[in-house]
Design a protein around this ligand. Structure first.
Ligand code: ATP
Length: 244
């Protein structure tokens, strides 16, 4: 059972893709206003866990409590409405639509027209570059700007938890800095973040807590500051030493 400092508590999650099992009894907690770095080698189950928490793949067993309610069987759109925002790997924007239309779609279920407009204004204030590009096709933005847009879309709905899956993947180093800066901004607004990142050390610098997955199981969990080099080497091997 979670306490008032815990925003999300997932217990004993099992997930299968057909006959193959991807998660084995995974438990994770996200504290209110804190960042959790979710680490693990390729195929460890990070994206599967992100999808299971967001309601995009069903649980075989286990339970998820979010903001005081059991969301284990809740459809993805209702989890989104309840404050759980997921940025999938690959950004999840509509490249053929303008920036402003991408934001409009993101907030289409959010309250009255005035509330939707306010939500869009918030996203544009947080990332002014989006305001300057609002009539441009999303697909013509730079990689970093597209990530600002995916963050803007996720934040426009006023989430309590942001799940960000490999936002820095394929971006140039300077743009990666921009992504981390914007995640820092997100933290300052008090939103909790579950951060899946290839840049292990940067993720740990930013995070409060850390969960390391290994072959579909939790290999280690604790405070991010305690995830030392030996531990990272054991679970992540070369990925930890190269991904600074
Ligand atoms: P990566 O860093 O490579 O994205 P990951 O840690 O996010 O890896 P997942 O993508 O969650 O890992 O994959 C966990 C396991 O589930 C892997 O064995 C993968 O092959 C399998 N898997 C993932 N998605 C599917 C799917 N849609 N259908 C079948 N198996 C899948």
């Amino acid at each position: 059972m979670s306490d008032s400092n815990t925003l999300l508590q997932a217990e004993d999650l099992d997930v299968r893709y057909g006959a193959s099992r991807a998660l084995f009894g995974v438990s994770v907690a996200v504290r209110t206003g804190k960042i959790v770095a979710l680490l693990g080698p390729n195929g460890a189950g990070k994206s599967t866990l992100a999808r299971a928490l967001s309601g995009l793949v069903p649980l075989t067993s286990g339970s998820i409590e979010f903001d005081g309610q059991d969301i284990s069987k809740m459809p993805a759109y209702r989890r989104h409405q309840a404050g759980l925002s997921y940025i999938p790997e690959g950004r999840g924007i509509f490249p053929g639509l303008s920036v402003i239309d991408n934001l409009r779609i993101a907030v289409r279920h959010a309250g009255s027209r005035a509330e939707r407009e306010a939500a869009i204004r918030r996203a544009l204030e947080l990332f002014p570059i989006l305001g300057r590009r609002q009539h441009q096709r999303a697909g013509s933005l730079s990689g970093g700007e597209q990530q600002m847009l995916s963050l803007g879309r996720a934040l426009a709905v006023g989430p309590k938890l942001l799940i960000a899956d490999e936002m820095s993947l394929g971006l140039a180093p300077l743009v990666v800095d921009l992504v981390f800066d914007s995640l820092e901004q997100v933290r300052q607004t008090g939103i909790s973040v579950l951060l899946i990142e290839q840049f292990v050390h940067r993720a740990l610098e930013m995070a409060d807590d850390c969960v390391i997955l290994s072959r579909g199981r939790v290999g280690w969990t604790g405070r991010a500051a305690e995830a030392g080099p030996e531990l990272l080497d054991r679970y992540l091997g070369e990925a930890a030493s190269s991904a600074v």
